[in-house]
Design a protein around this ligand. Sequence first.
Ligand SMILES: Cc1cc2nc3c(=O)[nH]c(=O)nc-3n(C[C@H](O)[C@H](O)[C@H](O)COP(=O)(O)OP(=O)(O)OC[C@H]3O[C@@H](n4cnc5c(N)ncnc54)[C@H](O)[C@@H]3O)c2cc1C
Length: 387
Amino acid sequence: MPTTDYYDIERELSPEERLIRDTVRKFVTNEFQPVIREHFRAGTFPVECIPKLGEMGLLGANLSGYGLPGINNVAYGLVMQELEHGDSGLRSFASVQGSLVMYAILTFGSEAQKERWLPLLGTGKAVGCYGLTEPDFGSDPDGMKTKAKRDGKGYVLNGSKMWITNGGIADVAVIWAKLDGVIRGFLVEKGTAGFSASEIKTKLSLRASFTSELVLEDVRIPDENLMPKAEGLKAPLQCLTQGRYGVAWGALGSAMACFEEALSYTRERKQFGRPLASFQLTQAKLADMVTEITKAQLLCLKLGRLKDAGAMRHTQVSLAKRNNVRMALEIARTARGMLGANGISDEYPVMRHMCNLESVETYEGTYEIHTLILGKDLTGFDSLVGI
Ligand SMILES: Cc1cc2nc3c(=O)[nH]c(=O)nc-3n(C[C@H](O)[C@H](O)[C@H](O)COP(=O)(O)OP(=O)(O)OC[C@H]3O[C@@H](n4cnc5c(N)ncnc54)[C@H](O)[C@@H]3O)c2cc1C
């Protein structure tokens, strides 16, 4: 029976990469799948998974030092794929914690910040969030209004951040703010006076994930909470490249879950006296799906090998994020239709994935923003320069 590994990409993976993937698949199947539907309905994240993700070494898994696992980037990508096969909310948790927060601290933080936070975040004993987006500045973060001011022996932060994953449960927030007009990164700890998070309860997408608005009102933090090595927009964008890499792999997981469901459903479900899968229109849809999944798998594998070789360009990540998320969204929408009325029920995972992917298409750079990044790379004309 053909599977979602139509080109036998399995052969390209090392025994260690396969083992890591299979371990995550088992965890997602046995421990996450049974609870996801209730969490999606309730609009909550299964926080009991956090220490387990830590125990399995899945938080900041591709980072090294400070007790972190330092697995290669293909293995890391496979982790993201398997987590998102469960739900985009689970992969988002791991992406934000590892690729955005831990990567930021590892790359831009002081020695004391790394020693304090990386072991806690890597084991899931602490949760982090990444505050870049603001109510009025999403695709254009350079315009951010959040400001830091030097004040005696520290800084005072004022502003607000919007759509922040894990915001309400985070022990530490990476907050990007302008200090004398230059974007800098600050660590703001839970409970700091003037710092508050309120849950966004209106989401119809990524429901099994906490998303918050953060408000900073005269938040005083000491000198040592400034990440010394981050200066300018390129610092948060460098973190986003890491996040987007994981998103490109994660989208594969959602696409594969939807394809698998559409295939098994149409093989079973009979109309006009025969299985839906026996009709040519259905077969064309399945053929298109597996073709797109296979292309995206090859793209991810090559991107991962380039990353491991230190040869990956951020524009290549844009291409993969843009392609794979749109591909997954289209597969999810098609699969939704193929399940008929059952497709809209949460008895099946398809519409949950479809709704989630609407967020995944928007965050970490929208489809349009990645199009413009590629456009600039190809033509040399930057359409995103402010006028
Ligand atoms: C569930 C969820 C979780 C998130 N988690 C985080 C997080 O943890 N941390 C964080 O900092 N942010 C987070 N975000 C925010 C996310 O990164 C932003 O939503 C995203 O960058 C887009 O910004 P925006 O929503 O303000 O849309 P806008 O920037 O207002 O864009 C609206 C539309 O206009 C299009 N557009 C914008 N500029 C152009 C242009 N020049 N040309 C053509 N079209 C354009 C966009 O592509 C989009 O379709 C999250 C978002 C969601 C939905």
